[in-house]
Design a protein around this ligand. Structure first.
Ligand code: FES
Ligand SMILES: [Fe+2]
Length: 292
């Protein structure tokens, strides 16, 4: 760009928070949250593999909706680099994910707005101003996801992707993947006996991140944490379909109960949650949950 006579304006934005730098990396690679979590962006992906993605955002700036074409590369776990085209203007962006501590990360995004003449400089100033505002909106939607993952990590819950060299774009699109691993968390727990004659519909077993729903002579066991990437879930009983379920707030996946048992059923039942096997049985005193 410089060889062709371009100059640039620079904008540097930094966000720090109580999460691991890999949560920041994941957030920037994660394709499916774009259209669920972000309110000012609608994303269309034309091509993606684990190292690069070509997409277009319909970006809302106040009353306007502007198409932004994007080429993003992620060849190093600590960096995402992009080239964007906004209203004919070239913007290059580098986001770095730095670790300040095991549960403290610093994410720095540096934008360069290229221009050649006075008119283009005016446009660059306007886009820089809008980008600064937009960054705040994006972070207000992204950072709570990272913080939730930080809270899980505090409880010794990890992510299988922590072991990989980098979190690629296309691998984030498989919503059936169980990436949350709570085996170290459950290792410290014992058996649990839950009274199932409670009057209210829902009971949270905070110690196991589980919810028990008692309805129509049936006990439903539901996970409070989405097994895909760790979102917090909360369920309602849908009287129309006579089932408890919810849609994950991060990626929209419909989540059903882990197990549904009739109150008269005294058999042993097994299920897997967050990579941990469980065994449950209704006994005379209530519902016995064993970690196996
Ligand atoms: S975190 Fe991805 S579907 Fe819930
Ligand atoms: Fe995001």
């Amino acid at each position: 760009m410089r060889r062709n006579g371009y100059k640039y304006l620079i904008l540097r934005c930094t966000t720090t928070g109580a999460y691991n730098y890999r949560d920041s990396e994941w957030n920037y690679s994660d394709i499916p949250h774009l259209n669920y979590v972000h309110t000012k962006v609608e994303g269309y992906s034309f091509y993606s593999d684990n190292e690069r993605i070509v997409n277009m955002f319909m970006q809302k700036f106040g009353p306007f909706c502007i198409p932004v074409t994007n080429y993003i590369e992620h060849t190093d776990m600590k960096k995402h680099s992009y080239v964007m085209n906004i209203l004919g203007m070239v913007v290059s962006v580098t986001t770095t994910h730095q670790s300040e501590d095991i549960l403290k990360a610093k994410t720095t995004t540096e934008y360069k707005f290229f221009y050649r003449n006075f008119l283009e400089k005016l446009l660059a100033i306007a886009i820089k101003f809008a980008t600064r505002k937009n960054y705040k909106v994006l972070m207000s939607e992204d950072v709570p996801m990272r913080i939730q993952r930080g809270l899980l990590r505090k409880n010794k819950i990890s992510f299988r992707s922590d072991k990989s060299n980098k979190i690629g774009f296309s691998e984030t699109e498989d919503l059936n993947k169980v990436n949350v691993d709570a085996t170290n968390f459950f290792k410290l727990k014992k058996s649990f006996l839950v009274d199932i004659n409670f009057k209210e519909e829902k009971k949270h077993i905070k110690e196991l991140f589980l919810t028990v729903i008692n309805f129509n002579n049936q006990i439903s066991l539901l996970g409070d944490i989405c097994q895909h990437e760790g979102a917090n879930l909360s369920y309602e009983y849908d009287t129309k379909i006579k089932k408890c379920r919810t849609a994950c707030p991060w990626h929209g996946k419909v989540i059903s109960p882990l197990l549904v048992i009739n109150k008269s059923d005294k058999n042993n039942h097994k299920f897997t949650y967050l990579n941990q096997r469980f065994n449950v049985q209704i006994i005379s005193q209530g519902l016995l949950i064993n970690i196996i």
